[in-house]
Design a protein around this ligand. Structure first.
Ligand SMILES: [Zn+2]
Ligand SMILES: [Zn+2]
Length: 386
């Protein structure tokens, strides 16, 4: 394999550069620029920018008919202040690459160098740097972009680094890999009053006191039984921070999480019916808003088999894991291609994802790159070098 130490060193330097300049979902313009400049050096056959917002896609075309194989990384960082102290720590206050997307991008730049030198024998390789994964908006925006229809990938692959799993080990399963989830913001509206005469107003307090435990109690099932339903109250606010006012308005934020999109639909109906009933009984108006909507992420059996064969050939330890409760917008690619995502161990003692001192382990760059390059070669062959 024409993967060189130089490729890995360059990708590591690039990873650290990205780590120092984090941008959050939807604002990844400088990151996209840096990525586009980096991959342009490899002289791809096509470079698309502005895909679904700030997305970048780079294409290495054999010129021969054959499948299109897409590998996805994410451009975005998080609104989290970095507390770790690497030399390349975040230079942007309040923002940090605490999900390791800097490492995923670095891995794809290794593929860019490789396929820049050596095109596949058949079909095309597409490297996609997707915006706004953390909010669940990016994959949908990329897929809705008319330019994506031109790419028409047959297979889509992605990886996510995963703390608590031994470094370089892989978790991979068929079927649901990540849960569906969405944020439900409930607004209850009554009538504010003087705190000395609360009977002249309509307080949302009794409804809030009922709904917080009642919504939580809709939770049931488990990941192992493949029937998880989980409701988590994440935020609540009622009235104003004042002793003289009886509250007339409240907000309740709840995250809904299920193993499948169908179960999510049923849960949404149950939760909304409960809120409507309680609000009605308490004489309150109510409204619903949904945020950070993620579909469940489902791995195609054939795509999983292709990844497993590549891992075997590369001597990578892989096992079948449970689905993750966390959500991932890569699931959207499953609707338009055969897709699979795997989790790449970041080490058992590494801080958890989204912890303020998380830092992607550079040792994963060559491992991830080898798995992806082997996957592409297995599907598209290798051009004979003369
Ligand atoms: Zn994340
Ligand atoms: Zn992530």
């Amino acid at each position: 394999m024409s993967l060189t130490n130089h490729d890995i060193i360059e990708a590591t330097v690039f990873r650290r550069r990205l780590h120092a300049m984090p941008e959050i979902s939807g604002e990844e313009s400088e990151t996209a620029e840096a990525v586009a400049a980096c991959v342009a050096e490899t002289k791809p056959d096509r470079l698309i920018t502005g895909l679904g917002g700030t997305g970048v896609a780079v294409i290495y075309d054999s010129g021969a008919p054959g499948p299109t194989v897409l590998f996805r990384a994410e451009l975005d960082a998080l609104p989290i202040e970095e507390t770790g102290v690497p030399a390349y720590r975040s230079t942007i206050p309040g923002k940090g690459h605490m999900c390791g997307h800097d490492g995923h991008m670095a891995i794809l730049t290794v593929l860019a160098r490789h396929f820049g030198r050596e095109r596949p024998a058949l079909g095309k390789v597409v490297l996609l740097f997707q915006p706004a994964e953390e909010t669940g908006a990016g994959a949908a925006a990329v897929i809705a972009d008319p330019l994506f229809a031109e790419l028409a990938p047959d297979y889509c692959f992605s990886l996510h680094n995963f703390p608590s799993l031994p470094l370089g080990h892989v978790w991979l399963k068929e079927g649901t890999a990540n849960c569906a989830s969405r944020g439900l913001k409930i607004t209850l509206t009554g009538r504010t009053a003087h705190a000395s005469m609360p009977e002249t107003g309509i307080s949302p307090m009794p409804a809030m006191a009922m709904l917080m435990p009642a919504l939580t109690a809709l939770s049931q099932g488990s990941i192992i039984g493949d029937d998880l339903i989980l409701l988590t109250v994440t935020h609540a606010v009622i009235g104003e921070p004042a002793f003289g006012i009886a509250p007339g308005r409240a907000e309740l934020w709840v995250t809904l999480r299920t193993m499948t999109d169908d179960t999510m639909q049923a849960l949404v109906e149950r939760a909304e019916a409960m809120v409507s009933r309680v609000a009605g009984e308490c004489g309150l108006g109510h409204a619903f808003e949904y945020h950070d909507v993620f579909q469940h992420s489902r791995n195609d059996a054939e795509a999983v088999a292709i990844l497993r064969a590549a891992m075997d050939a590369e001597g990578i330890v892989h096992e079948t894991g449970e689905a993750l409760r966390a959500s991932e917008d890569f699931g959207r690619f499953g609707a338009v291609s055969r897709s699979a995502m795997f989790f790449l161990g970041a080490g058992e003692t590494t801080p958890a994802l989204h912890n303020p001192n998380y830092d992607f382990p550079d040792d994963l760059i060559p491992i991830g790159a080898r798995i992806f390059i082997r996957t592409a070669r297995d599907l598209l062959g290798r051009r004979n070098q003369s």
